[in-house]
Design a protein around this ligand. Structure first.
Ligand SMILES: Cc1cc2nc3c(=O)[nH]c(=O)nc-3n(C[C@H](O)[C@H](O)[C@H](O)COP(=O)(O)OP(=O)(O)OC[C@H]3O[C@@H](n4cnc5c(N)ncnc54)[C@H](O)[C@@H]3O)c2cc1C
Length: 351
């Protein structure tokens, strides 16, 4: 088998794959239409193995845990201290219904041997002093941190280039036009245009970046994930402030990612109630992005013909799942695919 490879898509998934493939000897080129419109550029950056876990989605939890085990090695190799922005997550609830929902999730995780430490309102305010008085109770998810997604993308691009990856700004309309031996399609919500059977839908998410002026209280040290009167809001620290996210609702894949005033208004109101000091912060960016979602909440990773491997449909967890995805994709390219995941993640499993 030849060793030239085209990766279509330069988001976190495509970049991680290209970097790993180049280190395994593949002569690799990334084709990227516009990184600024990728979900990876917009995202919050949480490595939300526990925070994103949902009762019943056991396989998704196993995959996330497998990827969590890969992250330390990836971060060591990237050697950029600005990427990691938090090491733990505090999950909190506002009213009784929110607390009940959170407790159900905690019971599910405890049942899988994953520890979440219960926190009273007083405990929470000692872990995260800036939180508002309406925060009643919560849990500490230890070692569930977050990354600065943009620092990560820059570092991945640098590492990939150093490993010999070429990056071309080019919108691919047909993988048949690419003259490489193998092609990986990692085009996020755009995957269906290159492989039409892909059952990938778009879930829009809005996010706000807040910058801290010198006089305002500091951002939290940890990720704060809140169930807030039936809505979800999270705060992810950054060097200069905080990222507030994120709404989620399904739209057509061709819908524009521009943020809606209503979604942004709700996020901001909830975030300020969770952490009142944020009222003094400056709004530096309001953005929207498209999460590529699948019917069973698992990504599509695997070969669809003898020349093409798919890596798409990572939904809410594409950053979290990037390292395990790169490992599985290079396995498919080298003919050493991990049998444990091949059938489960097979892109043709719905057809
Ligand atoms: C608001 C929001 C918050 C999120 N927060 C988190 C989080 O905290 N943690 C987490 O793990 N995940 C999070 N996610 C999900 C995560 O961002 C995605 O799952 C992940 O970025 C998907 O990565 P990707 O590389 O597959 O797709 P993308 O990042 O969308 O990249 C695909 C790239 O392919 C390019 N492309 C598409 N078609 C073509 C083509 N035909 N030719 C050339 N290039 C093409 C696009 O321009 C794009 O740059 C969030 C998503 C959103 C929207």
């Amino acid at each position: 088998m030849g060793r030239t490879l085209a990766v279509v898509g330069g988001g976190v998934v495509g970049s991680m794959i290209a970097w790993r493939a180049a280190r395994k000897g593949w002569d690799t080129t990334i084709y990227e239409s516009d990184r600024a419109d990728s979900a990876s550029w917009v995202a919050g950056g949480m490595l939300g193995c526990l925070g994103e876990a949902r009762p019943g989605e056991d396989t998704a939890l196993d995959l996330a845990r497998a990827s969590a085990r890969c992250w330390p090695e990836v971060l060591t190799a990237l050697a950029d201290p600005t990427i990691t922005v938090a090491s733990d997550t505090v999950l909190i609830a506002a009213d009784t219904a929110d607390a009940h929902e959170l407790a159900t999730r905690a019971d599910y995780l405890l049942g899988h041997g994953l520890a979440m430490k219960p926190l009273s309102g007083k405990d929470i305010r000692s872990v995260s002093p800036g939180l508002g008085s309406s925060v009643r109770r919560g849990y500490l998810a230890m070692s569930e941190g977050a990354l600065d997604n943009r620092a990560l993308l820059r570092a991945l691009r640098g590492a990939a280039t150093q490993a010999g990856v070429e990056v071309r700004t080019h919108h691919v309309t047909d993988v048949g036009d690419l003259d490489t031996d193998q092609v990986v399609v990692a085009a996020g919500v755009g995957v269906g245009r290159l492989w039409p059977p892909a059952p990938v839908r778009a879930e829009k998410g809005e996010i706000i970046r807040l910058r801290r002026p010198p006089t305002a209280p500091p951002p939290p040290d940890n990720v704060i994930r809140a169930r807030w009167r039936g809505r979800l809001v999270y705060l992810v620290p950054r060097g200069d402030g905080v990222v507030v996210g994120a709404t989620q609702y399904e739209v057509g894949v061709d819908t524009d990612p521009e943020p809606r005033a209503g979604g942004v208004g709700d996020l901001l109101a909830d975030a300020i109630e969770v952490m009142p000091g944020l009222a003094e912060y400056r709004v530096s960016e309001v953005g929207g992005g498209m999460r590529p979602v699948t019917p069973d909440a698992l990504p599509l990773i695997g070969r669809v013909d003898e020349r093409t491997v798919l890596a798409a449909g990572h939904g809410r967890n594409g950053i979290m799942l990037a390292p395990i995805t790169a490992e599985l994709v290079t396995g498919h390219l080298d003919g050493t695919a991990d049998p444990r995941w091949s059938a489960t993640l097979d892109p043709r499993r719905f057809t």
